[in-house]
Design a protein around this ligand. Structure first.
Ligand code: ASP
Ligand code: MG
Length: 410
Protein backbone atom coordinates (compact mmCIF):
# COMPACT_ATOMS: atom_id res chain seq x y z
CA UNK A 1 0.00 0.00 0.00
CA UNK A 2 1.22 3.47 -0.81
CA UNK A 3 2.81 5.40 2.02
CA UNK A 4 0.61 8.30 0.94
CA UNK A 5 -2.57 6.42 1.82
CA UNK A 6 -4.45 8.14 4.64
CA UNK A 7 -4.06 6.71 8.13
CA UNK A 8 -7.27 5.87 9.97
CA UNK A 9 -7.24 4.87 13.61
CA UNK A 10 -9.94 2.26 14.33
CA UNK A 11 -10.74 1.75 17.99
CA UNK A 12 -12.78 -1.22 19.17
CA UNK A 13 -14.45 -1.29 22.58
CA UNK A 14 -14.74 -4.31 24.85
CA UNK A 15 -18.17 -5.47 23.68
CA UNK A 16 -16.99 -5.32 20.07
CA UNK A 17 -14.25 -7.84 20.96
CA UNK A 18 -16.12 -10.08 23.40
CA UNK A 19 -15.26 -13.53 22.07
CA UNK A 20 -13.85 -15.24 18.99
CA UNK A 21 -16.78 -14.48 16.72
CA UNK A 22 -16.66 -10.79 17.53
CA UNK A 23 -12.90 -10.73 16.91
CA UNK A 24 -13.53 -12.33 13.50
CA UNK A 25 -16.18 -9.69 12.75
CA UNK A 26 -13.79 -6.90 13.72
CA UNK A 27 -11.05 -8.37 11.55
CA UNK A 28 -13.53 -8.18 8.67
CA UNK A 29 -14.04 -4.44 9.29
CA UNK A 30 -10.28 -3.94 9.23
CA UNK A 31 -10.00 -5.96 6.02
CA UNK A 32 -12.63 -3.74 4.41
CA UNK A 33 -10.78 -0.60 5.49
CA UNK A 34 -7.65 -1.94 3.80
CA UNK A 35 -9.68 -2.63 0.66
CA UNK A 36 -10.87 0.99 0.69
CA UNK A 37 -7.22 1.97 0.44
CA UNK A 38 -6.59 3.45 3.87
CA UNK A 39 -3.88 2.44 6.31
CA UNK A 40 -5.59 1.34 9.52
CA UNK A 41 -3.97 1.58 12.92
CA UNK A 42 -6.05 -0.38 15.41
CA UNK A 43 -6.55 0.36 19.11
CA UNK A 44 -8.21 -2.37 21.16
CA UNK A 45 -9.95 -2.46 24.54
CA UNK A 46 -10.03 -5.53 26.75
CA UNK A 47 -12.55 -8.22 25.77
CA UNK A 48 -16.02 -7.86 27.31
CA UNK A 49 -15.93 -7.44 31.08
CA UNK A 50 -12.28 -8.44 31.45
CA UNK A 51 -11.25 -5.26 33.26
CA UNK A 52 -14.07 -5.64 35.81
CA UNK A 53 -13.27 -9.33 36.26
CA UNK A 54 -9.58 -8.67 36.86
CA UNK A 55 -10.52 -5.93 39.32
CA UNK A 56 -12.79 -8.30 41.26
CA UNK A 57 -10.12 -10.99 41.31
CA UNK A 58 -7.55 -8.63 42.78
CA UNK A 59 -9.97 -7.11 45.28
CA UNK A 60 -10.87 -10.62 46.42
CA UNK A 61 -7.25 -11.15 47.34
CA UNK A 62 -6.37 -7.77 48.76
CA UNK A 63 -8.40 -4.85 49.98
CA UNK A 64 -5.84 -2.41 48.66
CA UNK A 65 -3.65 -3.91 45.94
CA UNK A 66 -0.44 -2.01 45.22
CA UNK A 67 -1.23 0.42 42.45
CA UNK A 68 1.73 -0.57 40.35
CA UNK A 69 0.79 -4.27 40.48
CA UNK A 70 -2.84 -3.45 39.87
CA UNK A 71 -1.99 -1.46 36.73
CA UNK A 72 0.15 -4.28 35.40
CA UNK A 73 -2.73 -6.68 36.04
CA UNK A 74 -5.36 -4.53 34.30
CA UNK A 75 -3.07 -3.82 31.36
CA UNK A 76 -3.10 -7.54 30.48
CA UNK A 77 -6.73 -7.33 29.33
CA UNK A 78 -5.84 -5.11 26.40
CA UNK A 79 -2.73 -7.16 25.64
CA UNK A 80 -4.88 -10.28 25.26
CA UNK A 81 -7.34 -8.64 22.89
CA UNK A 82 -4.77 -6.98 20.66
CA UNK A 83 -2.76 -10.19 20.40
CA UNK A 84 -5.86 -12.25 19.50
CA UNK A 85 -6.95 -9.66 16.95
CA UNK A 86 -3.53 -9.61 15.30
CA UNK A 87 -3.47 -13.42 15.23
CA UNK A 88 -6.87 -13.38 13.52
CA UNK A 89 -5.80 -10.77 10.97
CA UNK A 90 -2.68 -12.71 10.06
CA UNK A 91 -4.76 -15.87 9.76
CA UNK A 92 -6.81 -14.20 7.05
CA UNK A 93 -3.68 -13.06 5.21
CA UNK A 94 -3.42 -9.52 6.54
CA UNK A 95 0.02 -8.58 7.83
CA UNK A 96 -0.60 -7.26 11.33
CA UNK A 97 1.33 -6.99 14.57
CA UNK A 98 0.15 -6.66 18.15
CA UNK A 99 1.87 -3.86 20.05
CA UNK A 100 1.56 -3.00 23.75
CA UNK A 101 0.99 0.61 24.81
CA UNK A 102 4.64 1.05 25.83
CA UNK A 103 5.68 -0.72 22.61
CA UNK A 104 3.72 1.90 20.68
CA UNK A 105 5.83 4.61 22.33
CA UNK A 106 3.11 5.85 24.73
CA UNK A 107 4.87 7.60 27.60
CA UNK A 108 2.79 8.70 30.60
CA UNK A 109 3.30 10.27 33.99
CA UNK A 110 3.45 7.86 36.93
CA UNK A 111 -0.02 8.37 38.42
CA UNK A 112 -1.09 4.75 38.43
CA UNK A 113 -4.73 4.14 37.58
CA UNK A 114 -5.20 7.55 36.01
CA UNK A 115 -1.97 8.26 34.21
CA UNK A 116 -1.90 10.95 31.56
CA UNK A 117 -0.10 10.60 28.28
CA UNK A 118 2.91 12.91 28.17
CA UNK A 119 4.04 12.13 24.69
CA UNK A 120 4.03 9.45 22.04
CA UNK A 121 7.09 8.40 20.08
CA UNK A 122 5.42 7.02 16.94
CA UNK A 123 8.63 5.64 15.42
CA UNK A 124 7.77 1.94 15.95
CA UNK A 125 4.32 2.35 14.43
CA UNK A 126 5.67 4.30 11.46
CA UNK A 127 8.14 1.49 10.77
CA UNK A 128 5.33 -1.07 10.77
CA UNK A 129 3.21 1.09 8.47
CA UNK A 130 6.14 1.55 6.08
CA UNK A 131 6.40 -2.23 5.88
CA UNK A 132 2.70 -2.52 5.11
CA UNK A 133 1.95 -4.06 8.51
CA UNK A 134 -1.21 -3.06 10.39
CA UNK A 135 -0.36 -2.20 14.00
CA UNK A 136 -2.87 -3.45 16.59
CA UNK A 137 -2.21 -1.42 19.73
CA UNK A 138 -3.34 -2.27 23.26
CA UNK A 139 -5.48 0.62 24.49
CA UNK A 140 -5.69 2.05 28.01
CA UNK A 141 -2.00 1.68 28.84
CA UNK A 142 1.42 3.22 28.58
CA UNK A 143 4.61 3.33 30.60
CA UNK A 144 6.14 6.01 32.76
CA UNK A 145 9.52 7.45 31.82
CA UNK A 146 11.25 4.70 33.82
CA UNK A 147 9.41 1.98 31.91
CA UNK A 148 6.79 1.00 34.50
CA UNK A 149 3.40 0.05 33.01
CA UNK A 150 0.56 2.47 33.80
CA UNK A 151 -3.14 2.62 32.94
CA UNK A 152 -4.98 5.74 31.82
CA UNK A 153 -8.30 5.43 33.70
CA UNK A 154 -11.48 3.46 33.05
CA UNK A 155 -12.74 3.84 29.52
CA UNK A 156 -9.51 5.44 28.36
CA UNK A 157 -8.86 3.24 25.33
CA UNK A 158 -10.64 6.06 23.51
CA UNK A 159 -7.87 8.36 24.66
CA UNK A 160 -5.24 5.95 23.36
CA UNK A 161 -6.98 5.97 19.98
CA UNK A 162 -7.27 9.74 19.70
CA UNK A 163 -3.74 10.31 20.95
CA UNK A 164 -2.38 7.82 18.40
CA UNK A 165 -4.38 9.51 15.65
CA UNK A 166 -2.89 12.88 16.59
CA UNK A 167 0.66 11.53 16.92
CA UNK A 168 0.47 9.73 13.56
CA UNK A 169 -1.19 12.59 11.74
CA UNK A 170 -4.19 10.38 10.96
CA UNK A 171 -7.05 11.69 8.82
CA UNK A 172 -9.78 10.20 10.90
CA UNK A 173 -10.47 8.24 14.06
CA UNK A 174 -13.33 5.75 14.15
CA UNK A 175 -14.60 4.73 17.59
CA UNK A 176 -16.42 1.39 17.20
CA UNK A 177 -18.84 0.47 19.95
CA UNK A 178 -22.04 -1.54 20.55
CA UNK A 179 -24.51 1.28 19.88
CA UNK A 180 -25.18 3.19 16.66
CA UNK A 181 -23.53 6.40 17.82
CA UNK A 182 -24.17 9.22 20.27
CA UNK A 183 -27.83 9.56 21.28
CA UNK A 184 -30.05 12.43 22.40
CA UNK A 185 -30.52 10.49 25.67
CA UNK A 186 -29.69 7.07 27.04
CA UNK A 187 -32.00 4.77 25.00
CA UNK A 188 -32.32 2.43 27.99
CA UNK A 189 -33.95 5.25 29.95
CA UNK A 190 -35.64 7.20 27.15
CA UNK A 191 -37.02 4.77 24.55
CA UNK A 192 -37.63 7.59 22.08
CA UNK A 193 -34.01 8.75 22.13
CA UNK A 194 -32.58 9.22 18.69
CA UNK A 195 -29.16 8.80 17.23
CA UNK A 196 -27.52 12.14 16.43
CA UNK A 197 -25.91 12.37 12.99
CA UNK A 198 -23.46 14.99 14.19
CA UNK A 199 -22.58 16.68 17.44
CA UNK A 200 -19.99 19.25 18.45
CA UNK A 201 -16.90 18.33 20.44
CA UNK A 202 -18.08 20.62 23.23
CA UNK A 203 -21.47 18.98 23.52
CA UNK A 204 -19.84 15.57 23.50
CA UNK A 205 -17.42 16.65 26.20
CA UNK A 206 -20.23 17.94 28.41
CA UNK A 207 -22.16 14.71 27.93
CA UNK A 208 -19.10 12.58 28.66
CA UNK A 209 -18.29 14.62 31.77
CA UNK A 210 -21.88 14.18 32.94
CA UNK A 211 -21.38 10.43 32.80
CA UNK A 212 -23.19 9.68 29.54
CA UNK A 213 -21.76 6.57 27.95
CA UNK A 214 -20.23 8.35 24.99
CA UNK A 215 -16.47 8.74 24.89
CA UNK A 216 -13.78 9.14 27.52
CA UNK A 217 -13.77 12.88 28.35
CA UNK A 218 -10.04 13.36 27.83
CA UNK A 219 -10.24 11.83 24.38
CA UNK A 220 -12.84 14.40 23.35
CA UNK A 221 -10.72 17.29 24.64
CA UNK A 222 -7.77 16.00 22.69
CA UNK A 223 -9.79 15.54 19.50
CA UNK A 224 -11.18 19.04 19.78
CA UNK A 225 -7.79 20.60 20.37
CA UNK A 226 -6.44 18.97 17.22
CA UNK A 227 -9.64 19.31 15.18
CA UNK A 228 -9.45 15.60 14.51
CA UNK A 229 -12.26 14.06 12.53
CA UNK A 230 -13.97 11.47 14.77
CA UNK A 231 -16.86 9.10 14.06
CA UNK A 232 -18.60 7.08 16.78
CA UNK A 233 -20.30 4.04 15.26
CA UNK A 234 -21.34 0.46 15.80
CA UNK A 235 -19.13 -2.53 15.00
CA UNK A 236 -22.32 -4.62 14.75
CA UNK A 237 -23.82 -2.97 11.64
CA UNK A 238 -22.94 -0.63 8.76
CA UNK A 239 -24.92 2.41 9.87
CA UNK A 240 -23.06 5.68 9.55
CA UNK A 241 -22.76 6.66 13.24
CA UNK A 242 -22.25 10.12 14.73
CA UNK A 243 -19.69 12.63 13.47
CA UNK A 244 -17.95 15.01 15.86
CA UNK A 245 -17.83 18.46 14.31
CA UNK A 246 -16.98 22.02 15.27
CA UNK A 247 -19.48 24.18 17.13
CA UNK A 248 -19.77 26.41 14.06
CA UNK A 249 -20.93 23.47 11.97
CA UNK A 250 -23.56 22.58 14.57
CA UNK A 251 -24.77 26.17 14.77
CA UNK A 252 -25.17 26.34 11.02
CA UNK A 253 -26.86 22.97 10.73
CA UNK A 254 -29.32 23.08 13.57
CA UNK A 255 -32.04 25.26 14.85
CA UNK A 256 -32.58 22.92 17.75
CA UNK A 257 -31.31 24.46 20.90
CA UNK A 258 -31.16 21.42 23.09
CA UNK A 259 -29.40 18.41 21.65
CA UNK A 260 -29.41 15.94 24.51
CA UNK A 261 -30.78 15.09 27.93
CA UNK A 262 -28.36 13.39 30.30
CA UNK A 263 -29.28 11.83 33.62
CA UNK A 264 -26.90 10.70 36.31
CA UNK A 265 -28.17 8.67 39.26
CA UNK A 266 -24.80 8.40 40.92
CA UNK A 267 -25.08 11.52 43.05
CA UNK A 268 -24.85 12.16 46.79
CA UNK A 269 -25.16 15.51 48.53
CA UNK A 270 -23.45 16.69 51.70
CA UNK A 271 -24.56 19.87 53.48
CA UNK A 272 -22.53 21.60 56.17
CA UNK A 273 -24.89 23.72 58.21
CA UNK A 274 -24.04 26.88 60.08
CA UNK A 275 -20.57 27.45 58.69
CA UNK A 276 -19.26 30.72 60.18
CA UNK A 277 -19.21 33.27 57.35
CA UNK A 278 -15.55 34.25 57.16
CA UNK A 279 -12.91 34.31 54.42
CA UNK A 280 -11.07 31.02 53.93
CA UNK A 281 -13.79 28.73 55.18
CA UNK A 282 -14.71 27.29 51.82
CA UNK A 283 -11.07 26.54 51.30
CA UNK A 284 -10.71 24.82 54.66
CA UNK A 285 -13.51 22.52 53.54
CA UNK A 286 -12.60 21.82 49.92
CA UNK A 287 -8.82 21.72 50.23
CA UNK A 288 -8.76 18.50 52.29
CA UNK A 289 -11.37 16.95 49.98
CA UNK A 290 -9.22 17.77 46.98
CA UNK A 291 -6.16 16.36 48.70
CA UNK A 292 -8.04 13.12 49.36
CA UNK A 293 -8.89 12.95 45.64
CA UNK A 294 -12.65 13.35 46.21
CA UNK A 295 -14.33 14.64 43.09
CA UNK A 296 -16.57 17.51 44.22
CA UNK A 297 -19.24 18.53 41.75
CA UNK A 298 -22.12 21.00 42.28
CA UNK A 299 -21.32 23.46 45.07
CA UNK A 300 -23.99 25.72 46.50
CA UNK A 301 -23.36 28.29 49.22
CA UNK A 302 -26.35 30.13 50.60
CA UNK A 303 -26.39 33.80 51.51
CA UNK A 304 -25.32 34.06 55.11
CA UNK A 305 -27.84 34.62 57.80
CA UNK A 306 -26.73 35.96 61.19
CA UNK A 307 -23.07 35.34 60.39
CA UNK A 308 -23.46 31.72 59.36
CA UNK A 309 -24.18 29.96 56.08
CA UNK A 310 -24.85 26.50 54.68
CA UNK A 311 -22.56 24.94 52.10
CA UNK A 312 -23.82 22.00 50.03
CA UNK A 313 -21.98 20.00 47.44
CA UNK A 314 -22.35 16.74 45.56
CA UNK A 315 -20.00 13.79 45.17
CA UNK A 316 -20.28 10.38 43.54
CA UNK A 317 -22.09 7.93 45.81
CA UNK A 318 -19.00 5.74 46.07
CA UNK A 319 -17.09 8.67 47.57
CA UNK A 320 -19.75 9.65 50.09
CA UNK A 321 -18.23 7.84 53.08
CA UNK A 322 -14.73 9.14 52.66
CA UNK A 323 -16.06 12.66 51.97
CA UNK A 324 -18.25 12.57 55.09
CA UNK A 325 -15.33 11.53 57.24
CA UNK A 326 -13.32 14.56 56.08
CA UNK A 327 -16.25 16.98 56.26
CA UNK A 328 -17.21 16.00 59.80
CA UNK A 329 -13.68 16.67 60.95
CA UNK A 330 -13.56 20.09 59.28
CA UNK A 331 -17.05 20.99 60.56
CA UNK A 332 -15.89 20.33 64.08
CA UNK A 333 -12.73 22.38 63.63
CA UNK A 334 -14.57 25.44 62.29
CA UNK A 335 -17.48 25.11 64.69
CA UNK A 336 -20.21 24.27 62.19
CA UNK A 337 -22.98 22.57 64.16
CA UNK A 338 -24.39 20.16 61.61
CA UNK A 339 -23.57 17.89 58.68
CA UNK A 340 -26.42 16.28 56.73
CA UNK A 341 -26.35 14.13 53.63
CA UNK A 342 -28.48 12.25 51.13
CA UNK A 343 -27.57 9.64 48.57
CA UNK A 344 -30.96 9.44 46.91
CA UNK A 345 -30.37 12.24 44.45
CA UNK A 346 -29.75 12.50 40.75
CA UNK A 347 -28.64 15.08 38.23
CA UNK A 348 -30.65 15.81 35.14
CA UNK A 349 -29.03 17.98 32.49
CA UNK A 350 -29.84 19.45 29.12
CA UNK A 351 -26.97 20.12 26.71
CA UNK A 352 -26.80 22.18 23.53
CA UNK A 353 -24.55 24.68 21.78
CA UNK A 354 -27.58 26.69 20.63
CA UNK A 355 -28.49 27.50 24.23
CA UNK A 356 -25.92 30.27 24.29
CA UNK A 357 -27.90 32.37 21.89
CA UNK A 358 -31.40 31.31 22.87
CA UNK A 359 -32.80 32.68 26.10
CA UNK A 360 -35.54 30.90 27.94
CA UNK A 361 -34.17 27.38 27.65
CA UNK A 362 -33.47 27.10 31.37
CA UNK A 363 -36.88 28.54 32.25
CA UNK A 364 -38.52 25.99 29.99
CA UNK A 365 -36.65 23.20 31.74
CA UNK A 366 -37.75 24.40 35.17
CA UNK A 367 -41.34 24.81 33.99
CA UNK A 368 -41.39 21.31 32.51
CA UNK A 369 -40.14 19.78 35.75
CA UNK A 370 -42.58 21.87 37.79
CA UNK A 371 -45.54 20.66 35.70
CA UNK A 372 -44.64 17.13 36.71
CA UNK A 373 -44.25 18.14 40.33
CA UNK A 374 -40.54 17.34 40.29
CA UNK A 375 -38.78 19.41 42.89
CA UNK A 376 -35.48 21.08 41.95
CA UNK A 377 -33.02 20.97 44.82
CA UNK A 378 -30.34 23.06 43.17
CA UNK A 379 -29.34 24.35 39.76
CA UNK A 380 -26.06 24.89 37.97
CA UNK A 381 -25.44 26.20 34.51
CA UNK A 382 -22.64 26.67 32.04
CA UNK A 383 -22.68 28.17 28.57
CA UNK A 384 -24.14 25.09 26.93
CA UNK A 385 -25.60 23.21 29.89
CA UNK A 386 -28.26 23.41 32.58
CA UNK A 387 -28.18 20.87 35.40
CA UNK A 388 -30.83 20.34 38.09
CA UNK A 389 -30.41 18.24 41.17
CA UNK A 390 -33.59 16.23 41.80
CA UNK A 391 -34.80 13.18 43.75
CA UNK A 392 -33.33 10.02 42.25
CA UNK A 393 -36.76 8.38 42.14
CA UNK A 394 -37.92 10.98 39.59
CA UNK A 395 -34.96 10.69 37.23
CA UNK A 396 -36.53 8.49 34.56
CA UNK A 397 -39.68 10.59 34.42
CA UNK A 398 -37.67 13.81 34.26
CA UNK A 399 -35.51 12.45 31.45
CA UNK A 400 -38.47 11.40 29.33
CA UNK A 401 -40.47 14.56 29.96
CA UNK A 402 -37.60 16.87 29.09
CA UNK A 403 -36.77 14.82 26.02
CA UNK A 404 -40.32 15.36 24.80
CA UNK A 405 -40.52 19.01 25.85
CA UNK A 406 -37.39 19.90 23.92
CA UNK A 407 -38.69 18.11 20.83
CA UNK A 408 -36.00 15.48 20.79
CA UNK A 409 -38.32 12.46 20.54
CA UNK A 410 -37.82 10.20 17.58
N1 ASP B 1 -10.64 -1.85 29.46
C1 ASP B 1 -10.65 -0.57 30.08
C2 ASP B 1 -11.94 -0.36 30.85
O1 ASP B 1 -12.79 -1.23 30.87
C3 ASP B 1 -10.40 0.54 29.11
C4 ASP B 1 -11.47 0.73 28.05
O2 ASP B 1 -12.27 -0.15 27.81
O3 ASP B 1 -11.47 1.78 27.41
O4 ASP B 1 -12.11 0.65 31.45
MG1 MG C 1 -15.08 2.28 26.52
Amino acid sequence: MSSEAPIVVMKFGGSSLAGGERIEAVSELIARALERGVRPVVAASAMGDTTDDLTDLARGLSRLPRKRDFDLLLSTGEVVSCALLSITLNERGIAAQAVTGPGAGIVTDDRHGRARIQHIDPEALHLLLEDGVTPVVAGFQGASADGVVTTLGRGASDTTAIALAVALGADHCEIYTDVDGIFSADPRVVPRARKLDYISYEETLEMASLGARVMHPRSVELAERHKLRVTVRSSFNDRPGTELVSREAVEIETGTRVRAVVGDADVARITVEGVPDAPGLAQSLFQPLAEAGVNVDIIVQNLSHEGATDISFTVEQGELDSALEIVREVAEEVGAPGVTWSDELAKISIVGIGMRSGPGVAARMFGTLAEKGINIISITTSEILVTCLIEESRLQEASRTLHTAFELDD
